[in-house]
Design a protein around this ligand. Sequence first.
Ligand SMILES: Cc1ncc(COP(=O)(O)O)c(C=O)c1O
Length: 426
Amino acid sequence: MTNLATVTDDDVSRPAALGPRPYDVEKIRADFPILSREVRGKKLVYLDNAATTQKPRQVIDRLVRYYSEENSNVHRGVHYLSELATTEYENARGTVQRFINARSEKEVVFTRGTTEAINLVVQSWGRTNVGEGDEILISAIEHHSNIVPWQMLCAEKQATLRIIPVNDAGELLIDEYERMLNPRVKLVAVGHASNALGTINPLSRIIAAAHANGSLVLVDGAQGVPHIAVDVQALNCDFYAFSGHKVYGPTGVGVLYGREALLDAMPPWQGGGDMILSVSYEKTTYNALPYKFEAGTPNIEGVVGLAAALDYVGSIGLDAIAEYEHGLERYTTKRLLEIDGIRLIGTAREKAAVISFVLEGVHPHDIGTILDREGVAVRTGHHCAQPLMTRFNVPATGRASFGLYNTREEADALVAALHKVIEVFR
Ligand SMILES: Cc1ncc(COP(=O)(O)O)c(C=O)c1O
């Protein structure tokens, strides 16, 4: 895929037989101002992208332009700025629709993030459609955001939450999953990629089996959208949730994709301005999709910033990003395995560039502290996936998670810093 962010005259005249230009990571890095800063007197090596990604100048500039030239409330005014802000907000919906290949803009609901998108489905679809004795299936490697809302629903409705098991590599046991499907299963909720292990789930098979059983599927795409090209029509999922801040956009904004017929049949979950057509004390009628689910003033700057982020990612191309990150993951894994006493948690065959590890004799928190002194930012802890830690019998792990701007030199810096950890603790 052509890297539009780095297209030059040379690219235009480049013979097609030569294929796409090599991935120009230095040029990409130059788009991210924060990557050139130092922390603790060392060059920043940012490997905490599964928690949040850094923002390119294109996104930062878009936010500044919004507040400098366009700021107003949306959907309410006839004045120039309100119309402008509304146009930009709605154009952003079109950008998201095209990015995930939804059939219609009506299927794109803006939320605060993945967590809110999942809670929307639970509160609206779940409370209407799940009853006593019904079952919801999730997997053993979900983020708390895709566990706790379902647990709350099941407790309220006396339904059962069942867990699809994983093998020691962190891969879902698909045969076991297929055996768990039965007429009581109303919905299957699984991640696209695991934030703690990197496992990429076989969504096509999971979704086909669920649909054959008459069950819906929600995909937690928080770690999918930044790393894998998502086509919700090809996936054939019923709901897909993701967060702006994990895909180089602002915090506080995210998306719920839902099939139009499903969203249409679902009741609103929050009441207030914007989600109504008319209000009287006797009766309120609700707005059409997607506004029915967007009560109150939305995160307008977040939404326009998200569109800028998706344009940015799209200009590089997710296929190119996925291929580049896969190379980084392979390289880093190989280098990490050279370290004495390291154990990788999560070794699935299909993996995003997320590497969890434990180091014999050193608590993950101490690893994080010493890496930080070397300027290397990783996450240590349970990664909002405590049941997964229990499954793998570890209290916590260190986690290096990569983004489109990371390099092999940064992987080397991680390895060198881990050797310092060993010097201190052994
Ligand atoms: C797999 C997964 N799901 C859900 C979430 C929650 O995302 P947010 O906090 O942006 O709502 C995260 C965040 O780390 C995640 O990695």
